[in-house]
Design a binder for this molecule. Structure first.
Ligand SMILES: Cc1cc2nc3c(=O)[nH]c(=O)nc-3n(C[C@H](O)[C@H](O)[C@H](O)COP(=O)(O)OP(=O)(O)OC[C@H]3O[C@@H](n4cnc5c(N)ncnc54)[C@H](O)[C@@H]3O)c2cc1C
Length: 340
């Protein structure tokens, strides 16, 4: 456990990032209120600030000189009930999966496919988290943030956030806003059941479930994720390290001549998404290990820390993979993870 609302020094960030990288924060504070957040953002002693959520989407390659501000704002409130929808306001420091489970417990729908994604609720809009055919934008109503310069509160509607695949206004304006709460619009009944993506249908069938409720969908997603993805508590990782590249259809058609089996998803009439994991696998990296840095044996998209890899070692490996994919396919795969 860490203290809240007190600045500490030389704090190891190993427990605070899912890669388990042992860098230090020269200065560290966990904030439990928006007022405290405002107060520390104004501190002239620490001109540089570094916002930390659940640490599940970052690779730390060096000690952090800036003041690390861990977002520990808590609270889940139902703010409005309509006939078919319930609006829930959630503080940024709530754990995402715990919130998903809270909603399912209240029979509020829309989040079930996003079960077991690590991290904080307040970070979820930044890369518009997504899994199994659902993205955050599908249930997002609005969010509150602080302007990091003026410290004024700012509200963002769904449109303001300009959500796209693993992308948003916040991602393109990194560091300018600190999200303090997110409001969701969840279904109170007539849930939109979405089981067409990935292995959910097969998993439910295995369990003999024909008309699943949201709890059963959540459990199916949890089962699939647990069987496919390494648990960061057992093996340090940050989920998918690279984004799936979206290429012009003409590029895809040319590749298909050499690789007829190339997996793909049509994005639009002119664009195709190719799984980065497949590209990496073709370059021979799946399951490779270099010291304590490696590529997961089942998921070529997941870089792993077998124990004491440094962030620099993992980043060097990521660059090597990126270069190999570029040389073999002439496609640039870009990191999904934030590298510091
Ligand atoms: C095993 C595993 C599986 C994963 N699966 C998925 C998946 O299926 N789908 C998916 O989309 N992602 C997935 N991820 C990635 C990750 O869970 C998400 O990106 C998550 O939203 C990150 O949240 P966090 O709080 O841990 O972010 P952090 O890593 O703490 O921060 C990420 C970035 O956001 C900034 N930030 C943090 N909090 C705030 C705030 N309140 N306001 C403004 N900026 C902030 C940080 O400065 C940093 O730049 C997975 C990760 C792991 C480890």
């Amino acid at each position: 456990m860490h203290k809240t609302d007190i600045i500490e020094h030389n704090v190891s960030l190993k427990p605070f990032n899912t890669f388990g990288i042992a860098v230090k924060a020269k200065n560290f504070i966990a904030v439990s209120s928006v007022d405290k957040l405002k107060e520390v953002l104004q501190l002239k002693t620490y001109p540089q600030k570094f916002v930390l959520g659940g640490g599940s989407n970052m690779l730390l390659t060096q000690d952090i000189e800036a003041l690390v501000i861990k977002i520990d704002l808590k609270g889940i409130d139902i703010i409005l009930k309509e006939n078919d929808f319930t609006y829930v306001k959630v503080a940024a420091g709530e754990n995402w999966h715990q919130f998903v489970q809270w909603a399912i417990g209240k029979d509020l729908g829309g989040l079930e496919n996003l079960s077991l994604i690590p991290g904080n609720v307040g970070t979820a809009p930044i890369q518009n988290i997504g899994a199994y055919g659902v993205e955050l934008k599908d249930i997002f109503h609005s969010c509150e943030a602080l302007d990091a310069n003026t410290l004024e509160p700012v509200s963002f509607t769904r449109e303001d956030c300009r959500f796209a695949y693993r992308d948003s206004f916040f991602k393109r304006n990194k560091g300018k806003y600190i999200i303090t709460s997110v409001t969701f619009r969840l279904t109170s009944n007539n849930h939109n059941i979405n089981i067409s993506y990935g292995a959910i249908g097969a998993e439910l069938q295995k369990q003999g479930i024909k008309n699943p409720n949201i709890r059963q969908i959540s459990n199916a997603v949890i089962n699939i994720r647990e069987s496919k993805l390494p648990n960061p508590k057992e093996l340090g990782n940050s989920g998918s390290f690279f984004k799936n590249p979206v290429v012009p259809t003409s590029v895809f058609e040319t590749l298909k001549k050499t690789y007829p089996e190339i997996p793909h998803y049509t994005v639009s009439a002119t664009e195709v998404k190719i799984p980065a994991g497949w590209l990496i696998e073709q370059c021979g990296y799946k399951g490779k290990r270099y010291g304590d840095a490696g590529i997961h044996k089942n998921q070529a998209l997941v870089l792993v820390n077998y124990g004491n890899a440094s962030g620099k070692e993992l980043w060097d490996l990521a660059l090597k993979i990126q270069q190999s994919v570029k040389e073999k396919f002439n496609i640039l795969i870009e990191p999904e993870v934030n590298v510091y």
